[in-house]
Design a protein around this ligand. Structure first.
Ligand SMILES: Nc1ncnc2c1ncn2[C@@H]1O[C@H](COP(=O)(O)OP(=O)(O)OP(=O)(O)O)[C@@H](O)[C@H]1O
Length: 245
């Protein structure tokens, strides 16, 4: 990483659950305006780490800094305006139309109707979603469409940071190729800090500028995907990288 302030920093993080210790002195710095992928075997702590970054999970010890500032747990809603979050489980409001789900935060933030509409159509096009879907309710669209609606919602306010937890997983393979390409175009046009958790090593290798390879409760290796593939530090990392070939 270059000398600029990391977008997200975790320092000396300890976190236990009732019956086990997950993180002991975890340290990590993520580059600004780049795509970071958190990868590793199931249960190693990828989602927990993402949830520590967005304040959904509190550390027992240690600090988390976002854009150079310590996470302020008293002001999480305000902080989340800087941090879009999209998860596999989607969590759309069932009694609101697709349009309302996507534009709600912008309306609450005082955006004009025309500004909402302009951003909405940009995002629908980005996510290859038919504008006719906007008047439907979440139960009237497919799982893959709902996941892309969740991504539109996370990006509505144009946040400098986007956290994605398996956010493309329900999108069918052909649409996924299209959505990945549009996502890469957007990243070139409006570079933002993206942290994505994915099980799909090919997706990670394709989209990520920076890879964080995790083992159970620990960071095994970080760096550019090509560098890690060329020089994995141990057998566990080598095997994981092999899956992406
Ligand atoms: N709220 C919780 N209470 C107790 N244990 C938890 C809780 N959340 C996570 N864990 C445990 O912490 C470990 C890490 O879970 P986490 O979901 O972060 O892993 P993951 O790498 O994202 O897994 P997956 O790839 O399967 O989604 C697991 O052993 C999980 O059971």
């Amino acid at each position: 990483m270059d000398g600029e302030t990391p977008a997200i920093e975790c320092r000396g993080i300890h976190r236990s659950f009732e019956h086990h210790v997950l993180f002991t002195d975890l340290n990590l710095s993520l580059p600004a305006r780049q795509v970071t992928a958190l990868v590793g075997a199931s249960g190693c702590g990828k989602s927990s780490l993402l949830n520590l970054m967005n304040g959904l999970l509190l550390p027992d010890q240690g600090d988390i800094r976002v854009l150079g500032e310590p996470l302020d747990y008293e002001r999480l809603p305000a902080m989340r305006r800087n941090m879009g979050y999209a998860v596999q489980q989607i969590g759309l409001m069932p009694h609101m139309t697709v349009e309302r789900n996507i534009t709600l935060l912008a309306t609450l933030a005082g955006w004009s109707a025309s500004a909402c509409q302009t951003r909405l159509s940009t995002l629908l096009s980005l996510m290859a979603l038919d504008p006719a879907l906007t008047s439907r309710y979440p139960h009237q669209i497919s799982g893959g469409q709902a996941q892309r609606v969740g991504l539109c919602r996370a990006m509505m306010l144009n946040p400098p940071i986007l956290l994605l937890d398996e956010a493309f997983s329900a999108v069918d393979p052909i649409t996924r190729v299209d959505v990945h390409a549009r996502f890469q175009d957007l990243q070139r046009e409006e570079p933002r800090t993206v942290v994505m958790v994915t099980h799909d090593m090919r997706e990670a290798m394709k989209l990520a500028d920076y890879l964080v390879v995790m083992g159970p409760g620990q960071i095994l290796q970080t760096g550019a995907p090509g560098d890690i593939a060329a020089a994995p530090i141990n057998e566990q990392v080598r095997q994981l990288m092999e899956v992406a070939q």
